[in-house]
Design a protein around this ligand. Structure first.
Ligand code: CP3
Length: 356
């Protein structure tokens, strides 16, 4: 295995000591960076950017040229999977993702294609291979997918939603259709994530953006159970690749998430890391959890809030600094620099051996 020049991120995931807290930023390649907007304009649209490996590689590397981050994440989207399943994805200006052919009936679930990751999603694997080559061992590369539940909400609703009426109807219609849909997405996701590892991804993250809209019982049944299948499958085929699970608004379920056996639990800003640490125990790393809105603040407030997050986790080697959700598009890139410097400066104090 290639030796990483900066392996802090992987060390924390593997429960090894580090000199300071590693950090990366959810959506670190994105619209807050003028160079991203330029590359996207040259590509013409977001999907072309995702599906052209050279361009996906270029935007993956852009935030790493600006900031001393400890990991790269492949530039793609969780919705490339349902696109490959035949739903016809496009992004509408100001509206976000829209599917031409949403899945609403048991017959439509039945007819769904199960794509081969090295065929329909080959562009993602090619991007990963290219990025690994370009990174040349500088920092590790994260691969990712959406959770089956989150991907299903987009597939059934057809676009972003406030009430989730279509998927809740499917959930409660007395048929097994939703479970059949989740089974198909899970099988596709497992093959997709395994292919990402084989292509060069060194850690994985599963984004469960919409798990938090479920009741506790339904969360376990419709979201967590399928993430558990992913953890078990990756554990059986690629036991050395750590997986992070992140349920937005899932603070009350952190103990259940850690119990899946994942290496790391992502945390949003609605729970203190001290409390999160108690819930997951010392066997699981934590990733988070600065409110992205803090980055609208002044230098002093950003530094103060970074310190609060570090203090809340406290002394110990199982914390990866990140935002509690993706960075907003109107953030000033200079404020990101302030955050990065604050983590570099303030976090070594939390990695000293305990003094008596
Ligand atoms: O983190 C990274 O830098 C990797 C790239 C990445 C993107 N999307 C690029 C993107 C990742 C990890 C995602 C995950 C993703 N995509 C999630 C889960 C994480 C989360 O934010 O909750 C979700 C729910 C999606 C679906 C999605 N993609 C939506 C709802 C939208 C439109 C709304 C928005 O935030 O802009 C996208 C588009 C998208 N994906 C953009 C980027 C940089 C913006 C597209 C543009 O350039 O206009």
């Amino acid at each position: 295995m290639q030796q990483m020049k900066n392996d802090r991120f992987l060390r924390v995931l593997n429960n090894q000591p580090v000199d300071r807290t590693p950090l990366w930023i959810m959506r670190q390649a994105g619209r807050y960076l003028p160079e991203y907007l330029k590359t996207r304009a040259e590509a013409g649209d977001f999907m072309t950017l995702c599906s052209t490996p050279e361009l996906a590689c270029e935007v993956t590397l852009q935030p790493l040229r600006r900031y001393q981050l400890d990991a790269a994440i492949v530039f793609s989207d969780i919705l490339t999977v349902p696109d490959a399943m035949g739903l016809g994805l496009h992004f509408e200006q100001g509206e976000g993702p829209v599917f031409a052919r949403p899945v609403r009936t048991p017959e439509q679930v039945e007819q769904l294609a199960t794509p081969d990751p090295e065929t329909e999603l080959r562009y993602v694997m090619d991007a990963i291979r290219l990025i690994r080559q370009e990174l040349d061992g500088s920092v590790p590369l994260i691969g990712f997918a959406g959770s089956p539940w989150t991907v299903a909400t987009y597939m059934v609703e057809g676009r972003g939603s406030k009430e989730y009426s279509h998927i809740k109807r499917l959930m409660h219609d007395g048929t097994p259709a939703l479970h059949q849909l989740l089974d198909k997405i899970t099988a596709t996701t497992i093959a997709y994530l395994r292919a990402q590892i084989d292509a060069g991804a060194q850690a994985l993250m599963v984004f469960d953006t919409w798990g938090g809209i479920l009741s506790p019982a339904n969360y376990r049944q419709y979201s967590l159970a399928y993430m558990q299948s992913i953890i078990d499958a990756i554990g059986s085929s690629h036991a050395d690749t750590p997986v992070t699970l992140f349920t937005k608004n899932g603070g009350m379920w952190l103990g259940d998430i850690a119990a899946t056996g994942c290496a790391c639990v992502g945390v949003d800003w609605t729970i203190d890391l001290a409390e999160a640490r108690t819930r997951v125990g010392e066997q699981t790393a934590l990733q988070g959890n600065l409110d992205p809105g803090v980055l609208y603040g002044t230098e002093a407030t950003i530094r103060h809030e970074v310190k609060q997050v570090l203090e809340s986790y406290g002394n110990g080697q199982r914390h990866i600094f990140n935002l509690g959700h993706g960075i907003h598009q109107h953030i000033d890139p200079d404020n990101v620099q302030i955050m990065v410097e604050a983590v570099h400066e303030l976090s070594p104090a939390f990695h000293q051996p305990a003094t008596i």
